[in-house]
Design a protein around this ligand. Sequence first.
Ligand SMILES: [Zn+2]
Ligand SMILES: [Zn+2]
Length: 627
Amino acid sequence: MATNRDVFAMLSELITLTTLEEESPQSFKVRAYENAKLGLEAHGEDVTGLTVTELTKIKGVGKATASKIRELVDGGTVEKVEKLRAKYPPEFVELSRIPGIGPKTLKLIRSELGVENVEQLRQAITDEKLRDLPGLGETSEAKIAKAIDRLGLTGKDRRTPIADAMPLAERLVADFAAIKGVVDVIYCGSLRRMSETIGDIDITVASKKPAAVMKAAVDHTECVDVVVNGETKTSFLTREGLQIDVRVVEPDQFGAATMYFTGSKAHNIALRQRALDRNMLLNEYGLIDISDETLEGDDRPVVASKTEAEIYAALDMAYVEPPLREGQGEVEAAVVTGAAATGKKKPAKKAPAKKASAKKASAKKKSKSSEEEVEPTGLPELIQREHIHADLHYHTARSGDGRSSVEDMVKVAAETGYDFLAITDHGVDLAINGSTAEEMLEHRDHIARVQEEYPDVLLMWGCELNIDGKGGLDYDDDFRALFDYTVASVHSHYDQKPTAQTDRLIAAISDPTVNSIGHLSGRYIGRRPGIEFDVDAVLDALLHFDVALEVNGALQRLDAASDVVRRAVDREVKLVINTDSHHTSELGRMEYGVRTAQRGWAPKDLVVNSWDRDRFLAWVAERPSRT
Ligand SMILES: [Zn+2]
Ligand SMILES: [Zn+2]
């Protein structure tokens, strides 16, 4: 039975394939499917039970799309999609991800040069054949070659962008969780650690009835090719060639298994060594006491295995959040300094004084925590989703690309429990998506009216300013100063020299009307590289002018990247974690933003949208004097 998620997946695929077929993302058919998808998104409810007539009553859904949805729900496949799939195999579709190659060019490359996949495209570039095609030239050829390198599209090591992998993994987890007898299920591997690109998806299922799970795996709509089909492990490939490994483990061993399959390798090696030092063995089945040499195999006592937290605790460590498990000092830092040696032979090592900010954060925690709380470690008091009570990069239909009204956007923010909100629609310079000064003033009144209905959420009238090629910003200085809060971001001029990019960012940061910098590099993971600039110089400027660095939670962005976040944290640059929502369905991105910040070791105290409202407003009010 197809689910609502399957319906969205089908429509997305239909949009991609029809764009190739019609040679334009603007074609009537493509736009019809896009409108249907937006309509269904806005509708928000499960549509798998609706008839064609009922479906067409949803805004944007035409009869042709409605029939395809019914066809999918009733029979599991859609004839039109199958036909297009035959014409455009996945390795050909993949070529459409390369910046600089539109659908028209793609068709030309295929018909003139017989290119069907990335390897062949590379060869055509090596043979200097691309430059002779109409509309292309040496410059485009070189650009495309560079783009292929950056995307990492070739060879066995090819990676899938997290924005493609995460929705699929979440969908698989939901589907396996619904199987009778399944106690728990999560995705592990690099995806759980919030890597930006992943090799394959690892799903670990806790159940005493593995056969049902194995059957569901091979029967899954995403499964096109079964690689392994065992009693407790099934591996299959999706149409895009992504490998999914599904493993079923005993519910009692779930913690040990998820820890093992989450990795990283370096983290696991360090944990195993720590276990051995204390006469224990750590593997995918549990943490086992091996101090009594007369015992063998299953006779040896299991110290912990059911949850990861129990295993860390038994190793005298604080729980290590998955995004931190990269073997970059987290094992040493997580050691509980004050812990009694709990009968183990070796006393706990002292936590290294890794970072100034980390030390400070944990010292603070110590002073306010009660005795039964976690013992101090070298880990920072890491930012968590529940600490966040504001979104400070948030669009409404005022933006050309905003898809929900002010009323609807505020309603979902209030329901999420936010305490304050900065509505930051695009400034005038962002062509069709921006608003004139006059429109912005009307918008301010609109927000003020909506504010009356939500006394508990402070609505700030903000703006997403556009940083132009030289670092200039929208409107004039006086007008910009009117906004309650601003985020300034790069949306163009990606190809300038690094020195020019650095200057441009620093110019924006130094402007007294700027409170934060949005999606720092402007990258789209796996699709468009970010701008190149001097990271240290920009972080120093952020610190100097006390401007917050955004961690954007959109999966295609995750920008600033976690390694940049960690460098910012070392300097104690303030951070802000945002969703950059353009629709009411996008608030879930906050979770991804938080996990990216965790991957950068971000302590709660540096994140301005974890602060209480008064502290936050005092910080914003100080801004104009920081020059
Ligand atoms: Zn936008
Ligand atoms: Zn935005």
